[in-house]
Every structure is written in C-alpha cells, then in structure tokens.
Ligand binder design. Structure first.
Ligand code: SAH
Ligand code: SF4
Ligand code: F3S
Length: 478
C-alpha cells in the first residue's frame, strides 16, 4: 500500500462539492477579471493556505482563478520538497504544462513553494518552460515578476524573510466547501529535525499578529464557515509579543481567543510538537467545547536512540508521558501521528519500538512514510542512508498494518456512541448521504435528514465502523 502523504489528505478530503463550486463562483462575482490563473497545490496544508494568499495577491492585478487549465494565462504549481517522490510528482506535472503551453504560446508557468526555494534559479535551467520561480516568503513580488515575465523576462525571487506573515492579506478560499477553512498562524520552523527540509525551504519561525488571526476567524464565521484549523509547523511554540506593552500571547491564549469568536465555531490546529505541547494547552482544550478533542502529535520513531539522531529533542519516555497527560486531561481526545520507517542505522529492534508506540498511544490514525534523504539536511550530511529500500518498505508496511488494526479497534469502540457532527457536504459515494466530522476528527457518514444542510451541527449515533470511517444515523438536530 502506498503511504499517504502527510496533510495532503487533510485537503484532498475537502473535495469539490457543488457547494464548494458555488462558493468559488460567489467569490468571483462582481470582480472583473482581465486574465485567469490556474493553480495546483502539493504538500502540506500550509501550501494550500499559501495558494489562497497567492490568489488574493493576483486578484489585485486582475487575475481571477480558473479550474480550467486551458483557459489560463498563468499556470502556477505550489510545490513540496518533503520527500523525493513529492518532487518527482511536480516534475511530471511540469511535463503536462509544457504541452498546454505549446498549444497556447504566451501562457506563463510559475513554480512556487518549497521546491522553488530549494532549487532556486537551478529550476530555470532544469525546466525550460518555467518563467517564474517564487519562494514562500516572496509572494508579494508576484505582480512585478508576472509583469516582467509577460515582457519575456524570466524572474526569480526566493528571499526568505524573518517577518513576513501575510497577516494583512485576505485569502481567496480556493477549494472551499464553505464550512471548513485553514488559517495560517505562523511560518517557518526553527527545529532542525535532521531528516527535514522544511527549515531550509520555509526559513525561520515567526508568529502572526494574533488579532489579525481572530479577525480572519470572525470573518469566516460571518460568511457561514463553522470550523477553522490553525496552521503552523510547530503551533505550540506560537508566541507573539506586543511591541508596545511587551505582553505575550502564547498558543494556549490564542486558542482561547479564537474559541471565543463564537461557540459554534470549531477550532482545530496542526501540527503539535511533543517537546512543546504544554498542560496549559491541554487544559484549554478541555475547557472549551468548541476546541476539538484531537491532537496530531507526530512521534516519527518510538526509539530513543533514533529520536536523538533525528534531533527531535525528546525521547520515548517523554513522548509516553505527553500521551498520558493528554488522556488524563482530555479523556476522550483522539491522537494521531506521523512515522518514518528505516531512518539511518535503524535496527529491527529499534523499528519494533515504533510498532509498540502505536499500541501505547492508541493513535486514531497516522501518516506513515519511509525515509527519503533530502539534500542539505543534517541527516544527509552526517549519516549514511544505509537501510535498503526493500527493508524500508517492509518496515513501513508493518507500521501500516498495526496502525490499521489499532484504528479499527479505536473506531469500533465508537459504535453505540452519539457524537456531535459538523456537516461538511455530500458523502463521496452517495448524494443521499452526508459526511461530517466529530470533535475527534473522525469522518462520519450518515443518511441525509430533511432540514439539515452543510454547516449545520447534528447528533449522530454510530452504528458501524471501518478503519477509516464511521457510519451512523442522525438522532437529533441541534
Ligand atoms: N512539522 C511537522 C511535520 C512536517 S513534515 C512535525 O514536526 O511533525 C510532515 C511529515 O513528513 C513529518 O512529520 C515526517 O513524518 C515526514 N517527513 C519529513 N521529512 C521526511 C523525510 N526526509 N523522509 C520521510 N518522511 C519525512
Ligand atoms: Fe520539519 Fe521538525 Fe520543523 Fe516539523 S518540527 S517542520 S519535522 S524540522
Ligand atoms: Fe512540503 Fe514545504 Fe509543506 S516541503 S510538507 S510543502 S512546508
């Protein structure tokens, strides 16, 4: 089984319902567009969120989004470098764009995001069709670079910033279902996990001004949205200092500020780092019904020696203690994880520690990968990528097998329980069913009931479960 790529699924699940299309059209209504851009996004939710910022910046110069690539004057691809395969996918898409460009000369092609940042102007040499290369902190230069590219001048801006948070930009919700949205609360990462390219592609960590976050959440709520996910590579280290008063706002306080926007606005967040998640945050989650009881707490490995090599700065016992604290303070919390199989020098015994941590933490689900060496990272410089691909894949499939079993057990326990569900739209398989999530972030499918619409809450009794979804019947409307 091919492992799912982290966080992509978060976004892919927001599939293009009819309602989403309506929302997309409404945002365009009344805006006169001279030109169109088409954008594809890969990688984590941060990238999808950035594409919405890009859409806003392009809107200012008369470019409207289109879902038809053949209609576009500007094709953009927001890229990911996290694993080699992510970059291969992007190169394949560029081959396709080449064909479109041949049919419609003058179409511009731009590479945005992490691959743009990693490869910089090398991308222009490697991929002849590319006209623009723009890194994650340089999207404000899009108007100028697009204008220059229209005149035939290729452009690159990959400057990283210590301040840029795009706080003042009002994102255009591109793939929206009109119910759930992402809000970027910080950028970059200061952690330097040895396997990870993100600190190199996204630069230093910085937190966004919290009142602009609350304003964005409020605006979304007023437009009918009922759930926001606060995004950052390490949300627990969110810290903003008021330059005038010196007063600090940490992640727990930010959670509270967003939860107070409205009791009907659900608040989620991703990603938490085991070294930074505090009891203060856990108590805040327990205190507010609308802060969801779900924590994505990537372990990466269950073995202390490997965790040290990974530079994760916690060990197995520390991680177990954090899991214990979560279940103590928020008894019905679901925890999910990311795991990497076959990191440099990992032995069979050490791999087994990852298998056993799945059982210990009782993850509701996980994103699972085999190690992919990334040029320039600490691990690439210091350690040999010495686990054969075959072994990496076998270990990964063992991790997936155990996780599937643990997920099934987790979901089976929900049978007979009644959960408050936020309806997101039609189920993928049937227009007679709705899909929605409970607080624990589990997808629940249930037959439609008259009078209920996407964006409404309802109570669903769970009648059946697989390792990935719950099924049920609506028992009561809100
Ligand atoms: N900030 C998040 C993770 C962001 S990257 C965190 O600290 O947990 C998403 C996931 O991709 C990581 O959690 C890790 O499991 C995986 N990943 C990162 N680099 C990788 C690599 N070189 N090979 C395989 N998986 C990797
Ligand atoms: Fe990468 Fe580690 Fe930062 Fe996550 S915390 S983005 S894994 S360096
Ligand atoms: Fe990929 Fe960049 Fe996100 S490398 S996972 S898109 S921060």
């Amino acid at each position: 089984m091919e492992p799912k790529s982290t966080d992509i699924s978060l976004v892919k699940e927001i599939d293009e319902t009819k309602q989403g299309d309506v929302f997309f059209q409404e945002q365009l209504a009344g805006k006169k567009a001279d030109k169109h851009f088409y954008i594809e996004s890969y990688g984590c939710a941060m990238n999808f969120s950035d594409s919405e910022i890009v859409a806003s910046i392009l809107g200012e110069i008369g470019y409207a989004p289109t879902k038809e690539i053949s209609e576009s004057d500007l094709i953009l691809i927001n890229t990911c470098s996290i694993r080699e395969k992510a970059e291969e996918t992007v190169r394949k898409r560029l081959r396709i764009f080449d064909k479109v460009k041949r049919k419609k000369p003058g179409t511009l092609v731009g590479v945005l995001g992490c691959m743009a940042e990693r490869l910089k102007s090398k991308l222009l040499e490697q991929e002849k069709l590319v006209d623009l290369v723009i890194g994650p902190d340089a999207y404000r230069s899009l108007p100028q670079l697009v204008a220059e590219a229209t005149e035939g001048e290729k452009g690159v801006n990959v400057l990283l910033s210590r301040e840029e948070t795009y706080a003042d930009i009002n994102p255009v919700r591109l793939q929206s279902n009109g119910v759930t949205a992402f809000i970027s609360i910080m950028r970059g990462c200061d952690n330097m996990c040895s396997f990870c390219i993100v600190p190199f592609t996204r630069g230093r960590e910085r937190s966004r001004e919290p009142f602009s976050i609350v304003a964005e959440a409020t605006e979304l709520f007023n437009k009918g949205f009922r759930e926001v996910t606060l995004l950052g590579q390490n949300v627990d280290s969110f810290l903003w200092k008021n330059p005038e008063t010196g007063k600090e706002i940490n992640f727990a306080r930010l959670l509270e500020m967003v939860a107070l926007v409205h009791p009907d606005l659900r608040v989620r967040f991703s990603t938490s780092h085991p070294k930074d998640i505090t009891d203060e945050v856990l108590h805040m989650i327990a205190q507010y019904e609308n802060i969801c009881n779900y924590i994505h707490l990537p372990v990466q490995s269950g073995n202390s020696r490997i965790l040290k090599l990974m530079n994760r700065t916690y060990d197995r016992n520390w991680y177990k203690e954090r899991v214990d604290a979560i279940y103590r303070i928020i008894p019905d919390c679901a925890i999910s994880s990311d795991m990497i199989a076959g990191f440099c020098s990992e032995t069979e015994e050490e791999h087994k520690d990852t298998l056993s941590i799945i059982e210990y933490a009782k993850y509701s689900m996980s994103y699972m990968f085999f190690y992919s060496e990334r040029p320039g990272t600490l691990a690439a410089k210091k350690y040999e990528d010495d686990i054969p691909l075959k072994t990496k894949k076998r270990r990964l499939s063992e991790i997936i097998d155990i996780q599937m079993r643990v997920s099934l057990e987790h979901n089976k326990k929900d049978i007979g329980q009644t959960y408050k569900i936020l309806i997101e739209g039609n189920s993928k398989k049937s227009e007679f069913d709705y899909k929605g999530r409970n607080s624990q972030n589990k997808m629940v499918i249930f037959p439609k009931v008259e009078g209920l619409n996407p964006g409404d809450y309802c109570y669903v009794e769970i009648t059946d479960a697989t390792s990935v979804t719950l099924k049920g019947l609506c028992v009561e409307n809100k």
